[in-house]
Design a protein around this ligand. Sequence first.
Ligand SMILES: [Zn+2]
Ligand SMILES: [Zn+2]
Length: 873
Amino acid sequence: MADSKTSSPPSGAQTESAVRPDRYDPQAIEQKWAERWAQNPDLYGAEPSTTSRRKYYALEMLPYPSGALHMGHVRNYAIGDALARYMWMQGYNVLHPMGWDSFGLPAENAAIANRTPPREWTLRNIAAMKRQMKRLGFAYDWSKEVTTCLPEYYRWNQWFFLKFLERGLAYRKKSKVNWCPKCATVLANEQVLPSGCCWRHEDTLVEQRELEQWFLRTTDYADELLQGLDALPGWPEKVRTMQRNWIGRSEGTLVDFKLDGVAGPAGSAIPVFTTRVDTIFGATSIQLAPEHPLVTDLIANDPSLHAKVEDLMQEQVRAKEAGDIGAIEKHGVFTERYALNPFNGERVPIWVANYVLLDYGTGAIMSVPAHDERDYEFAKKYGLDIRVVILPRREGDALDGRPNEPVLPFVETNSLLINSGEWSGLPSEDAIEKMSKYAEEHSFGKATVTFRLKDWGISRQRYWGTPIPIIYCAACGIVPVPEKDLPVLLPEKVEITLAGGSPLGNVPEFVNVSCPKCGGPARRETDTMDTFVDSSWYFYRYTDPTLSDKPLDSDTVGYWFPIDQYIGGVEHAILHLIYSRFWTKVMRDMGLVRNSEPAARLFTQGMIIKGGAKMSKSLGNVVSPDDMVARYGADATRMYTLFGGPPDRDLDWQDDGVAGIGRFLSKVYRFVARNARPGDPAWNSSDGGQLSPAARKMQRVTHQTVKHISEDFAGRWHFNTSISFLMSLVNELYAYEDSLQRGENPHPSKIGLDGAPVPLWLLADVQRKLVLMLAPFAPYLAHELWEMMGETSDLLRAPWPQYDPELAKEEEVEIGIQVNGKIRSRIVVPADASDDQVRELALGDEKVKAAIAGKEIVKVLVVKGRLVNIAVK
Ligand SMILES: [Zn+2]
Ligand SMILES: [Zn+2]
């Protein structure tokens, strides 16, 4: 595909030096293995889906090919790679693919800056990043690679678009849309930050423009997207909460307030959504968002109001800019016009207010000051009527003219209606139901569920994206490109600028086309698709990216899906992770897939920061993976990203930390180099027999380490503690060697452990287990040591070591003995000793005897495995 070059040696690699037994040389070792692995392109290949083996789909989010990996990528992929390798060792058929989310704006900006065609720039970046990934030793099945900017892939985006259109899930509409002036394109709601700025340009405020756009009906699936979250216990709660809030379901009533007097082009009614229709008799004004389409009509005859409304609009813009629209100082302007409350015909003044947002609800609210905090504040400020229409509801309350005056604003739902015509006296819940029904019967409203989620606007006025397969014909209107004519190819030679609309509009060969229906002259759509379309379904394509007659094979997908573990950044919580869930549900309804959710489990890794701040060029605190690999090797670099903290937390990068991991790997290397004796017959014997206490300890620590790391993989992935356990095990091995050097061994040897009280078969077992456990974290070194130990099997698929709970059990524990709370001695007792035995041993200890001599024992407290406290007087 994109990259046909083999990986070249990294800078700093000592290509001439052979691997040496006494010195850990990561560059030499890693180069040797990288070359070997490169010779076997099927190394990480998954078996076909027809196999009877259990499958495991491990997936990291695919990167945008910016040209270089950053440390955040390395951490993301190191987590996924450790998991994939672990699952291979557990005997699973593992799918572990990688690809490129390769459409998007940076390629166009680069094209403008460097006069390089976006395609060339992108493919060059992909090749560079692929080399980095290979150098880092990530075990990807490159035969499954997906590159979204190539027609083999994006033709299926176009195919899906046509299918969505057939199903009524794609439509074109003129509407106010988010426009980033720096991107020079429209953005989806999900791409606008809470501050109102562009997700790519955190300092650039998004503007509103009126444009004809293509939308996908995500709202058709709003309920299911929300309910499906309950069935995803393997997703972080914070992501599920973010999605729930984004989807923002609320139950209420839609009520039309008719305009009193003449109506203009924007209509004669103001639809209002309220969750509290029971308080509608207390509505003393209607508040419109400054950009509400009716505003222009209402103030048409009063030029003095134009400037005031413009001010409100600017205030709202500035509040969004400042990032907190909720804290805006509330201002409003009376339009001098009225609407009619449909429940009682009352004339209600219409205002325009700076805190009402057009894209929230209907862009208009009924203001009930007595029963809403915000409305109360506003009414106080402008002297609007405040009318109490509900009262607190208490046992035995009767409407006998002695109401309990509530403190305003009173917002409880446990309340009774007053001053509300025929509904007075009803409890609020009943009133909401009955009044909603009444509104529906009288055709001015109905009970309704609204969602904050809006349809997904996918048109982008940019070049480097999937052309939308639509043709506009003067005679036939909107004509979809026939399926047989796909793909609509993106033309190569295009003048790219950030001005003047879609660059494709300047390519006559592209634009001018014959209408597929009538054959007459017609024009192609010149907008391209949002790149989040590409990433909404890419992981299905991985299962068979070479299919040329369909986007995916349902049976193959049926075998691999859902993704067992998806790993990526939390910044995608409401972008990619909502879009791809939506896409999956549509695909299911099309009969393409059987799963309703793309991923069973999701893991969001923490960020890598440095000096407490996010790495950025402007702060000059960027750490380059290439530098780290050149200095410490790939194993140390990737292992450090796992060791620096729990993977779900942020990691504050320390170069010293990588050096420390390098030293640890060197210790492992030197130990095995000294102690591997594959030629010795005793190395492969499995002679049990009585073990010395030192040997037994080594065996016990080894089994404990296997137990802990296996549990970490099965549980919370605290690989930092897994690696700590490996370090403890290695320290144990060194302590043992040291004890031999000091002559504490009956059969000392200068180097190595020959003749030591730890038999060679056990030393072999310990080293094998150590290397197997190292394999998911430091694959290069693990492979080198595996070979050094005379192993010929493929380490990638070697069985993960087992532990024996009996052998892992502590035999003896050291406990402290306190006398009146003060430590007086320590004793070693059998781990399974009873409290009575421990008590007896404690009281028999010479130091304890001395400390309590001549005193009366009041109480002896045994804290199992930890201490004994003797109280005396
Ligand atoms: Zn932007
Ligand atoms: Zn036509």
